[in-house]
Design a binder for this molecule. Structure first.
Ligand SMILES: Cc1cc2nc3c(=O)[nH]c(=O)nc-3n(C[C@H](O)[C@H](O)[C@H](O)COP(=O)(O)O)c2cc1C
Length: 333
């Protein structure tokens, strides 16, 4: 099956299964086994395991993520207006590497539709993050306005917000990680946030391909704009150390690589950031987390919370339980 079709198949199966009365209870996703509370950024997470952005861009599964045991879910990346994303095929599995290459390009139903979907959720035991971006046809100069519009339309719905300037699949987007452009976007987002009666935690999501200097500049910009944290990392544009045949990799073409080949890279970016920012920012670790062990290693590198994407695809829904268990065990030791 084509990788994107397989994604939709799994998705629809989970949706159908978890609408069967009683099944959620049998799976135990809301049970005490999944309790490992973490407090950060003024929020209380039932456990530190989140679903990373891009898996459920339009909040189609909603509260089911709590039934599956997640402590938090990040919807999006959402753009102000709906857009179809890049032509298919745009999602590829590298099975030998337990990796994925994608060039989805922010296919999503737009900010208004997402707000409506989140409004319909119960949100018991589930922190909801909203990851925001710009439309493909918005120029880089106009980008701050797109981020501002997303914030305005979704501020009431999200428990926290993420500025995504690190996806490789929207032309030019990653240039927005440069100091001056970044500051303009972060200030625009914070401006909306602080104009509301309750301000929400804000985070910046970065690429793993930044140099140490670029990482430090991004962290400085986040601190200056009074952001609460950084999510490290998005997918990489590198193709290093893959087992998959080089011809197949080059035939796949452009896109972001995620999964096991990203584990060390994402961990060292997070460790570097932790060394630089100390306790000034909350760090969320994502990238190649595929076991209790890799999650706990990310915690030791400085992550307060972790997110799963490719690992969840390859290891299946049991990975959430495994990570929660390992996290709790590490806490006790
Ligand atoms: C198919 C696919 C779509 C993604 N879409 C988004 C997205 O819309 N926004 C975003 O911030 N990250 C997106 N990501 C990146 C993930 O959230 C995550 O940062 C990255 O995959 C690394 O984690 P992993 O190695 O556990 O997959 C996407 C990843 C994949 C594989």
């Amino acid at each position: 099956m084509d990788a994107e079709e397989a994604h939709h198949f799994t998705f629809n199966s989970l949706k159908a299964l978890f609408s069967v009365p009683g099944l959620a209870r049998v799976w135990g996703g809301r049970s005490a086994a999944f309790a490992a509370p973490v407090e950060c950024m003024g929020l209380r997470f039932r456990n530190p395991v989140g679903l990373a952005a891009g898996f459920d861009k339009d909040a189609e599964l909603g509260d089911i993520w709590a039934d599956l045991g997640f402590g938090f879910v990040e919807f999006g990346t959402v753009t102000p207006r709906p857009q179809p994303g890049n032509p298919k095929p745009r999602l590829f599995r590298l099975i030998e590497d337990e990796a994925i290459i994608n060039r989805m390009g922010f296919n999503n139903q737009g900010a208004e539709a997402l707000a409506r979907k989140i409004d319909r959720m119960h949100r018991r035991d589930l922190i909801v993050g909203v990851n925001i971006g710009k439309n493909k046809d918005t120029s880089l100069e106009q980008a701050p306005a797109d981020y501002r519009v997303c914030m305005e339309m979704l501020h009431d719905q999200g428990d926290y917000f993420v500025v995504n300037v690190s996806s490789p699949n929207t032309p030019g987007l990653r240039q927005l990680q440069d100091k001056d452009k970044l500051t303009e976007i972060l200030d625009a987002v914070q401006g909306v946030n602080q104009s509301r009666p309750t301000s929400k935690p804000l985070l910046l999501k970065i690429a793993p391909d930044l140099t140490h200097t670029q990482l430090e500049e991004a962290a400085d910009a986040a601190i200056a704009a009074q952001f609460n944290g950084i999510i490290a990392t998005n997918t990489t544009i590198t193709r290093i150390g893959l087992l998959t045949a080089a011809e197949r990799v080059s035939a796949i073409g452009a896109g972001g690589l995620s999964g096991a080949p990203l584990t060390q890279m994402a961990e060292s970016v997070l460790a570097h950031l932790k060394g630089y920012v100390g306790d000034k920012l909350t760090l969320i670790g994502v990238g190649g987390i595929d076991s209790g062990e890799t999650a706990v290693a990310r915690k030791h590198a400085g992550a307060a919370l972790v997110q799963l994407y490719s690992g969840y695809v390859y290891q299946g829904p049991g990975l959430v339980r495994e990570v929660v268990k390992a996290w709790k065990k590490d806490f006790v030791q």
